[in-house]
Design a protein around this ligand. Structure first.
Ligand code: GUN
Length: 243
């Protein structure tokens, strides 16, 4: 909804990935003036459409719209973002069908890097509902020892220095510097910050941290493509469950 430039890019990539996979998709680009009732009734229409197995409402919504009410309208069985409270609760319990896409992509990359989570010190910087909180839960389910840090955390560097796995989801360019990272750590950068000159940059100072990390994700080209792949995976799960 509206014309958030980042949302346009993300939605465009999701649509392109559907086409690449030959997965049927419908995109609704609604003007910012669309009312809450109109948006909710579109979600209800898609809830009742048997052709559609997954629904995603790109966030943020324009000011004045109630995101929570819109998310609560999505049928949890079609909630491929795993944002509905039913799915959030299932993740907490550890009995879930849909995994929030960004944390799911990160878990895949950690696995691919050959890093065992069990018993490791995992530090997540950020506590958002979309990334930080579910990320901490997924690491915990894999028997990591998890610390969730945020803007009020004291002595952040002392904590991050102990991390075997460090996930940065702060939203501040180059926030994680080399002195905050343990030698050999697996460093995952969720940041997507646009600098004044227009370049994209993560939350981690890649040039310096990559010299000491055991494995590190770049921005762009790291977490972002994985997030979209996991969205497709969740949609296939939804379709399989329905079938
Ligand atoms: N805005 C930023 N990240 C996301 C996401 O993963 N899903 C949706 N729906 N909106 C977002």
């Amino acid at each position: 909804m509206g014309d958030d430039p980042a949302s346009k890019v993300y939605v465009g990539r999701k649509e392109a990935m559907c086409q690449e996979l030959n997965m049927y998709s419908e995109k609704y680009a609604l003007p910012a003036e669309t009312t809450q009732e109109e948006l909710v009734s579109l979600v209800e229409k898609l809830n009742n459409d048997d052709k559609i197995h997954g629904i995603l409402v790109q966030l943020p919504l324009p000011k004045g719209l109630d995101e929570k009410a819109v998310i609560n309208t999505i049928n949890p069985e079609k909630d491929v973002d795993a944002f509905h409270p039913v799915n959030v609760g299932k993740i907490m319990i550890g009995d879930f069908d849909f995994v929030p896409c960004t944390p799911a992509g990160i878990m895949e990359m950690i696995k691919e890097s050959g890093c065992e989570v069990e018993g490791k010190n995992c530090v997540v910087i950020g506590r958002s509902n979309i990334v930080g909180k579910p990320m901490s839960m997924l690491l915990l389910h894999q028997n990591g020892t998890v610390t969730t840090c945020h803007s009020r955390t004291k002595n952040l560097k002392d904590i991050t220095k102990e991390a075997d796995i460090l996930v940065a989801a702060v939203g501040r360019a180059n926030f994680v510097t080399a002195d905050m990272v343990k030698e050999g750590a697996v460093v995952i950068d969720v940041g997507m910050n646009r600098l004044e000159d227009g370049t994209l940059c993560g939350d981690v100072d890649y040039a310096e941290v990559s010299k000491i990390a055991g494995a590190i994700t770049p921005v762009p080209g790291g977490v972002g493509p994985m997030t979209i792949s996991m969205l497709m995976q969740n949609t296939i799960t939804a379709a399989e469950k329905k079938a």
